[in-house]
Design a protein around this ligand. Structure first.
Ligand SMILES: NC(=O)C1=CN([C@@H]2O[C@H](COP(=O)(O)OP(=O)(O)OC[C@H]3O[C@@H](n4cnc5c(N)ncnc54)[C@H](OP(=O)(O)O)[C@@H]3O)[C@@H](O)[C@H]2O)C=CC1
Ligand SMILES: O=C1CO[C@H](CO)[C@@H](O)[C@@H]1O
Length: 279
């Protein structure tokens, strides 16, 4: 059965969701999101910059209808891009995402990257706080924030972020950030959990998968769950969409967890948040 995490404000979020970066606006996004919801997914992660919010919204409507469930049973995330930073522009960006998605609220709205101007992400955060305080968004959080970014934000935040979505996989285990967030009761969420497929050929992962009669992707997703991390694998392949949610009938042993821990190389596949400006 799908597990959830609980935020510091008491709200919950499904631990496994569908990521839709590089999912094409149009039929591809509609079909992937619809299939995910019919298959049991209750969380979808998009962003303005993925340029697919309109089709994701269509997939949501069709999926909810086909699954016979209410919007309130689904958890939808989007993110504000750096170009929209600033108080007024952030409010407008949120409204524009809602409009494209065809929704009247989001479950989670994230600052996509911190950028290199602290004052700007603070202004943006203040806008997210207003949206949250007015009940227009259920939860607010950040993405790609390091410990340093978190410290700068928390020094001025009235509302603590619910979550921080960052790169996380067995080759980049984010130990320091993970411990820091746990200490602040901020949930961690992983992006590119499958390393776009690279981690799936690792021998340690394959051996563990074989032992459990599961696939390498399922082992990596399960490893996220057992580390209390929210995980949003992307797929447009119906069988893989189903496979990635089918991770609640087995558990990794202490030995499995230890072996996966040894794979860390502190190796990113994405940009360094200290430098990324989105340009
Ligand atoms: N906040 C941020 O800055 C970022 C956020 N993200 C979020 O995280 C999500 C996931 O990360 P993403 O970078 O997309 O990559 P993932 O690590 O989820 O890998 C996706 C790739 O793995 C393949 N795949 C998926 N499931 C399986 C499986 N069971 N077996 C074999 N191959 C599989 C997919 O192929 P196929 O689709 O062809 O089936 C696709 O090529 C994004 O979609 C996005 O929502 C991602 C990057 C940055
Ligand atoms: O989520 C992400 C994927 O898309 C962006 C680029 O277009 C990335 O920078 C970002 O981290």
């Amino acid at each position: 059965m799908e597990t959830t995490v609980t935020f510091h404000n008491g709200n919950t979020m499904p631990q496994v969701g569908l990521g839709v970066f590089r999912v094409q606006e149009g039929q591809e996004a509609v079909d992937a999101v619809k299939h995910a919801i019919i298959s049991g997914y209750r969380s979808i992660d998009t962003a303005m910059i993925y340029k697919n919010e309109q089709s994701v919204g269509e997939g949501i409507r069709l999926g909810l209808e086909a699954a016979g469930i209410d919007r309130s049973e689904l958890f939808v995330t989007s993110k504000i891009w750096l170009d929209d930073f600033g108080f007024d522009t952030a409010i407008q960006a949120y409204e524009a995402s809602l409009e494209r998605l065809g929704l009247d609220y989001l479950d989670l709205y994230l600052i996509h990257w911190p950028g290199t101007d602290t004052a700007k992400f603070i202004d943006t955060w203040k806008a997210l706080e207003q949206l949250y305080n007015e009940g227009k968004v259920r939860n607010i959080g950040v993405s790609n924030f390091s410990v340093e970014h978190m410290e700068a934000l928390l020094a001025q935040a009235a509302v603590k972020p619910a979550i921080n979505q960052v790169e996380f996989h067995p080759y980049f285990d984010q130990k320091q950030l993970r411990d820091y967030l746990a200490g602040k009761q901020i949930v961690m969420e992983s992006w590119s959990p499958l390393m776009n497929g690279e981690i799936l050929t690792n021998e340690v992962i394959s051996n563990i998968a074989e032992k459990h009669g599961k696939t390498p992707a399922q082992v990596v997703i399960r490893w996220n769950i057992e580390n209390d991390v929210v995980v949003i694998p992307k797929s447009v392949t119906p069988a893989r969409i189903e496979e990635n949610l089918n991770v609640f009938d087995f558990q990794l042993s202490q030995e499995d967890l230890y072996e996966i821990e040894q794979l860390n190389e502190d190796r990113r596949i994405g940009p360094d948040p200290a430098e990324f400006t989105g340009a």
